[in-house]
Design a binder for this molecule. Structure first.
Ligand SMILES: Cc1cc2nc3c(=O)[nH]c(=O)nc-3n(C[C@H](O)[C@H](O)[C@H](O)COP(=O)(O)OP(=O)(O)OC[C@H]3O[C@@H](n4cnc5c(N)ncnc54)[C@H](O)[C@@H]3O)c2cc1C
Length: 555
C-alpha cells in the first residue's frame, strides 16, 4: 500500500520546521517533512561568521539568479536561499527582528474586509512571536524567555560597532536597547538567533528535539516536483530522493507548502495552480486559475556605503591565516572572541527625510569592507567598514515565473529592486545620511576616506548610479502567493493560509504575507509556521480584545 501521512510539509526552512514539529508535538499527528537540502549539522553553519563563507559559494545555498534587470542597466544579481534543513535560519546572519506592530495591523486591515476574520493584528502575532522566543535578556510584554528559539545579545562587539552607534547618536538619534521594543527608531546593537556562539535555527530549535520521535519523518535531499490535485483537493506529493528515485506520498490532512517565496510559487504553478495563460504556455493542466501566484514579489533592497579606516580597526581578514587560528583557539579555550559575532553587531532604524516619521531605512554596520558574492573581491584587502542601508517598506514589486515545466529548472526571478522612484529617493537619502555618519563623531575620527559612494559629486544622478550598480537583495523575498480578502482576484490564500480553490493545501512561508515587514524576515517566517499550525489544529484564538491591542506602541 502507498505510504500515507497525516500531513506533509514541503520545505524544512524557517516556517516549515516550526509547522512540522508543532503538528507532531501539539497535534500528535504523523508528519513527513520533505527538505531539498542537506543536514544542518556542520561547524560552518553553527559558527556565526560562517555566513561570509556561505555567501561566497556553498552547497548549503541555492543561488537563484535574476533575469536582466532593465532599470539596473541589464544587471543580474543573485538571490540566495538556504539549501539545508532550517532553510534561511541555518545560513542567515541570525539578526532577530520582527518588524513593527503597524506591519501586522496593516495585514489585518486588508484581510478583515469581507472574510471570515482570522486576525493578523499585532496582539495576535505577538503571541506567536513570544511563544517561539527564548530571549536570554528580555522578558516582558513584548518578549518571551521560554520558547525554543534562542535569542541573545552579540557575544562580541567590535570597536567599530560601538563607534557607529555613538556617531549615529551624535546625529541626534536615540540609543535603543531593543529594536523589537516599544519603538523601532534609533541606534543600538542587534539581538541574534544564537546562544554561546552556536546558531539557533528552526532546525535546532524545533526538529532536533524530535529526532527520535517516530511521528516525525524527515527526508533530506528530497526535492518536491509537484503536489497532486484530485477534484480540487491536494492529496499527495511527488518528490525525488537523493538517488533520483521518484515517490508519490499521500497526505490525509493538509499539505503545508513552505519552500520559500521563490520556490513556493514555482511548485504551485507546476501543480496547476497559477495564472492560466502561463500554465498553458508550458503545457500544464490548469487546476485553478490563480493570477496572483508569482506576482507581487517584494524584497528589501540593500546598498553599501564603504569607508577605509585610518588604522587597524575592524575584522579585516579574520577568516584567514594566524588570525583565524587565534580566533579558533580563543573560542575553543575561553568561549570568547570574534567567532561569537556574525559581524553585523550594530545597526539603526532611521528616517533620513523626516526623522519623526516611522523609520524608512534599516542599517547594518559591518566592520569589514565587503560586497556581495558577485563583487566580493573588489575591496577585500582593506581595513575599514561597510554600512549597508536597506529600504524597509519598498514600493517596488517584481515577479516569479516558470522557466519551463521541468521541476529541476529554477524559476525566473525579477525582483525590480529600487525600480519605484520613491524607493530610489529613500535609498539615496539613506546613503547620504550614513555617509555623513562615517564622517561624524567617534567613527569619523577613524575613517581615512569614503570609497563608495566616493564623492565629491553626490548629486542625485551620481547617487542613483551608485545605487543601481550596487543594489542587491537583503535576502528577504516575500509575498509571491499572498493572503487577501474574499473578492481580491490576486489573493492566492485566504486569511487562514488556505489556497483558494483547492482543499487541503496551505502556504505558510514568506510567500504568504500581504506586504513585507519592516525588518528581517526569519522570525516572521517562523511566526507564519506557528500560526498555520494553530489553524490546522483548530487552536487559533478569536480576535484579540481591545485591551491587548494597546501592547506595543508604534515606532
Ligand atoms: C544569506 C541570508 C542571510 C539572511 N539574514 C537574515 C537575518 O540575519 N535575519 C533574518 O531574520 N533573516 C535573514 N534572512 C532571511 C530569512 O532567513 C528568510 O526570510 C527565511 O528563512 C524565510 O523563511 P521561509 O520559511 O519562507 O523560507 P526558507 O527558510 O528559505 O525555507 C524554504 C525551504 O524549502 C526548501 N526547498 C526549496 N525547494 C524545495 C523543494 N522543491 N522541495 C523540498 N524543499 C524545498 C529549501 O531548501 C528551504 O530549506 C537571510 C537569508 C539569507 C539567505
Amino acid at each position: 500500500m502507498a505510504e500515507e501521512y497525516d500531513h506533509i510539509v514541503i520545505g524544512g526552512g524557517a516556517a516549515g520546521c516550526v509547522a512540522a514539529a508543532r503538528l507532531v508535538t501539539d497535534g500528535g499527528r504523523r508528519v513527513l517533512l520533505l527538505e531539498a537540502g542537506y543536514s544542518n549539522r556542520h561547524p560552518l553553519l553553527d559558527m556565526p561568521p560562517g555566513i561570509f563563507k556561505l555567501i561566497n559559494g556553498s552547497k548549503y545555498m541555492t543561488y537563484h539568479s535574476t533575469v536582466p534587470q532593465e532599470h539596473l542597466g541589464g544587471r543580474v544579481h543573485d538571490v540566495p536561499q538556504g539549501n539545508v534543513l532550517g532553510g534561511g535560519t541555518s545560513v542567515n546572519a541570525q539578526v532577530y527582528m520582527r518588524g513593527r506592530p503597524s506591519d501586522y495591523d496593516e495585514w489585518d486591515a486588508l484581510l478583515r474586509a469581507n472574510n471570515d476574520g482570522a486576525p493578523w493584528d499585532w496582539p495576535t502575532v505577538l503571541a506567536h512571536f513570544k511563544r517561539i522566543e527564548g530571549n536570554a535578556r528580555l522578558l516582558d510584554d513584548l518578549h518571551g524567555a521560554d520558547g525554543p528559539l534562542q535569542v541573545t545579545d552579540p557575544g562580541h562587539v567590535d570597536d567599530i560597532s560601538r563607534w557607529f552607534v555613538q556617531s549615529v547618536q551624535a546625529r541626534g538619534e536615540p540609543f535603543t536597547a531593543d529594536f523589537n521594543g516599544p519603538t523601532q527608531r534609533g541606534t543600538g546593537f542587534y539581538q541574534f538567533m544564537n546562544r554561546n556562539g552556536r546558531r539557533s535555527s528552526s532546525a535546532y530549535a524545533y526538529i532536533e528535539p524530535l529526532r527520535r520521535d517516530p511521528r516525525l519523518t524527515v527526508r533530506l535531499q528530497a526535492r518536491v516536483r509537484r503536489i497532486e490535485i484530485e477534484k480540487a483537493r491536494a492529496t499527495a506529493v511527488t518528490w525525488t530522493d537523493a538517488a533520483g528515485a521518484t515517490h508519490t506520498t499521500r497526505s490525509r490532512g493538509d499539505i503545508v507548502l513552505t519552500a520559500g517565496a521563490l520556490v513556493t510559487p514555482k511548485l504551485l504553478m507546476l501543480s496547476g495552480i497559477g495564472p492560466a495563460d502561463q500554465l498553458q504556455e508550458h503545457g500544464i493542466p490548469v487546476a485553478v486559475d490563480a493570477p496572483g501566484v508569482g506576482q507581487n514579489l517584494v524584497d528589501h533592497p540593500e546598498v553599501p556605503v564603504i569607508a577605509v579606516a585610518n588604522g587597524r580597526y575592524g575584522y579585516y581578514r579574520q577568516g584567514a591565516g594566524w588570525r583565524m587560528l587565534w580566533n579558533g583557539i580563543q573560542f575553543k579555550t575561553f568561549g570568547t572572541g570574534r567567532i561569537l559575532s556574525v559581524g553585523f553587531e550594530a545597526g539603526a532604524f532611521i528616517n533620513p527625510i523626516d526623522p519623526d516619521a516611522p523609520p524608512s531605512i534599516q542599517a547594518f554596520c559591518v566592520p569589514i569592507v565587503y560586497l556581495d558574492r558577485d563583487l566580493l573581491q573588489v575591496f577585500d584587502d582593506t581595513w575599514g567598514v561597510t554600512i549597508t542601508t536597506v529600504v524597509v517598506k519598498p514600493k517596488s514589486r517584481g515577479w516569479v515565473r516558470l522557466r519551463s515545466a521541468d521541476p529541476d529548472d529554477k524559476p525566473l526571478v525579477s525582483p525590480h529592486l529600487l525600480k519605484h522612484p520613491d524607493d530610489m529617493a529613500t535609498m539615496i537619502a539613506g546613503q547620504r545620511y550614513f555617509r555623513d555618519v562615517l564622517l561624524t563623531g567617534p567613527l569619523g575620527k577613524r575613517i581615512e576616506r569614503v570609497i563608495a559612494p566616493e564623492g565629491p559629486d553626490l548629486s542625485d544622478e551620481v547617487m542613483a548610479a551608485h545605487c543601481r550598480r550596487f543594489v542587491k537583495t537583503n535576502y528577504h523575498p516575500a509575498s509571491t502567493a499572498r493572503m487577501g480578502a474574499d473578492g481580491d482576484r490576486m489573493a492566492v490564500l485566504d486569511a487562514r493560509l488556505r489556497v483558494r480553490g483547492i482543499e487541503n493545501l496551505r502556504v505558510a512561508d514568506m510567500s504568504a504575507v500581504p506586504n513585507i515587514n519592516a525588518g528581517n524576515t526569519a522570525a516572521p517566517a517562523m511566526m507564519l509556521g506557528d500560526r498555520a499550525t494553530d489553524f490546522i489544529l483548530g487552536l487559533d484564538q478569536p480576535r484579540a480584545s481591545a485591551a491587548a491591542t494597546s501592547q506595543g506602541a508604534q515606532p
